[in-house]
Design a protein around this ligand. Structure first.
Ligand code: ADP
Ligand code: MG
Length: 455
């Protein structure tokens, strides 16, 4: 065996033990790394293919650490260049179910303690979780990655959970930092009340407010979409943003949409939001939904049987808040019922939430998700500008089906799919043309429509 290969375990241990890396970071970044190969002066470390998107991030964070750890483990003359690569073969998707749900000692009144990285099931949102963790690890330090971090996605998908997880993580690992979490509604109320009070009583509440928001190391502001259009609040927010940013403080923002789609957002603000990193939180896939339910069930002493959990997983697909709601309803039922909950009781109790006779409203999210599965490309690829043939076809088909199966018009489709109007028209026409000219393609589309309408 070659020197690094022989000492690989020791090197990994040194990385884990000597560099103050948190257990969640070990689980997310270090554990999946495998020895790849080495030459006289270069070592290649392999990562599973699901880490492809975060290869740059891992290289950024761990290259130097590995170079030093290798040199220290093998003796200081051994300086190797370190590369990270992603393995070609795609292993089975792993959904981790964390077991330790220990409450942390968060003493920050603005943070909800129970929302942590430990109990957030990354599932198909591993990229978002990795970015949030990277920010949590470096916020308020001179490394301060991705500032601002802008987390966006639909309702009930875990944005607020992730924001608090970042806050709690920093609070735990870097307790001297001042962290403030605020919803944009509370921020708005603060601004409005201060302005009113200053006008009415001639007080100086605005400077108190400025102190409150500008004297922090980390500001987390949730649901920023609500400040848009509220002139005074918007101005105050951006002044706060600038003051913090210029002083190297960290800002984490969440919103229901990408900055580009925030109507009424001034160009200069838009640029600010896009200076750091924007990550989207995607609707949970099947495995993620099941893992979230299993985690909840574990917390409640596995009171609900697996068949029922599968029933919920099958029937609630787009929103984790609803998924939890359904589960909690059954737990409440189990408290008042002397018998164990069976399938019939479950179905009956959930009939308002899950109604098999109710025709499901098909929306663009559902279509994009099904098309992504069908063409085996990711949702983010469909929403990207990549021109690879499969991705381009999937994107065109998604647009066509949105027009055919939803109430959306071409304008809305453009907004949802982040494309301009003429691209939408071009893509939809292209699909219509292919359906006319290519019977196999037509069959393909038909079967997709069947899948989507029978969901
Ligand atoms: P959002 O802010 O995007 O509307 P929330 O963060 O409030 O959504 O999430 C709704 C609920 O679902 C919360 O109780 C949260 O803990 C839970 N949740 C969301 N995503 C996950 C996940 N991936 N793993 C575990 N729980 C989750
Ligand atoms: Mg929220």
């Amino acid at each position: 065996m070659k020197p690094v290969e022989e000492n690989w375990i020791k090197i990994k241990e040194s990385v884990i033990n000597d560099y103050n890396i948190s257990s969640i970071a070990v689980k997310t970044w270090i554990d999946p790394m495998e020895y790849g190969s080495e030459t006289e002066d270069t070592v290649t470390i392999k990562l599973p293919s699901d880490k492809a998107k975060i290869l740059d991030l891992i290289t950024d964070k761990y290259k130097d650490i590995f170079i030093i750890a290798i040199s220290e483990t093998l003796g200081n003359d051994n300086v190797y260049e370190v590369n990270f690569i992603v393995e070609e073969s795609k292993p089975q998707e792993k959904v981790s179910i964390p077991t330790n749900n220990q409450e942390n000692e968060s003493s920050n009144p603005s943070l909800i303690k129970k929302y942590t990285f430990d109990n957030f099931v990354a599932g198909n949102n591993e990229f978002a979780v990795s970015c949030c963790l990277a920010v949590a690890e470096t916020a308020g330090t001179d490394k301060n990655l991705y500032n601002p971090l802008y987390i966006y996605g639909g309702s009930g998908l875990g944005k607020t959970h992730l924001m608090h997880a970042i806050g709690n993580y920093i609070n735990e690992h870097n307790p001297s930092l001042k962290i403030l979490y605020v919803t944009s509604e509370n921020f708005t109320n603060d601004v409005v009340n201060s302005l009113r009070s200053d006008k009415k009583y001639n007080t100086d509440s605005m400077s108190v407010l400025k102190d409150k928001y500008r004297n922090v190391d980390v500001l987390l502001i949730d649901d920023i979409q609500f400040v848009i259009g509220k002139e005074a609040t918007q101005v105050e927010f951006f002044n706060t943003f600038n003051a913090l940013y210029e002083n190297g403080k960290s800002i984490i923002i969440s919103s229901d949409k990408h900055p580009k789609y925030m109507e009424f957002l001034d160009e200069r603000y838009l640029t600010r939001f896009q200076m750091g990193l924007q990550v989207d939180v995607q609707p949970p896939n099947y495995e993620t939904r099941k893992a979230i339910l299993l985690q909840l069930n574990q917390k409640h002493g596995n009171k609900i049987n697996d068949e029922i959990l599968t029933y919920i997983t099958d029937n609630i697909s787009s929103n984790i808040r609803e998924l939890e709601g359904a589960y909690n309803k059954l737990i409440a039922l189990s408290r008042i019922s002397s018998d164990e909950i069976d399938m019939e009781m479950a179905k009956n109790s959930l009939k308002d939430i899950i109604n098999p006779n109710k025709t499901k409203v098909i929306n663009s999210d559902i279509i994009i998700e099904e098309v992504s599965k069908h063409y085996n490309v990711s949702v983010s690829d469909i929403l990207s500008n990549k021109r690879n043939k499969d991705i381009a076809t999937a994107r065109q088909v998604a647009m066509y089906l949105c027009l055919k199966l939803t109430e959306d018009n071409k304008n809305n489709i453009g907004i949802k799919m982040k494309k301009d109007h003429s691209t939408v028209i071009h893509n939809i026409n292209k699909v219509a043309e292919s359906i006319e000219n290519d019977p196999t393609f037509e069959k393909n589309i038909d079967s997709l429509i069947k899948i989507i309408t029978s969901l």
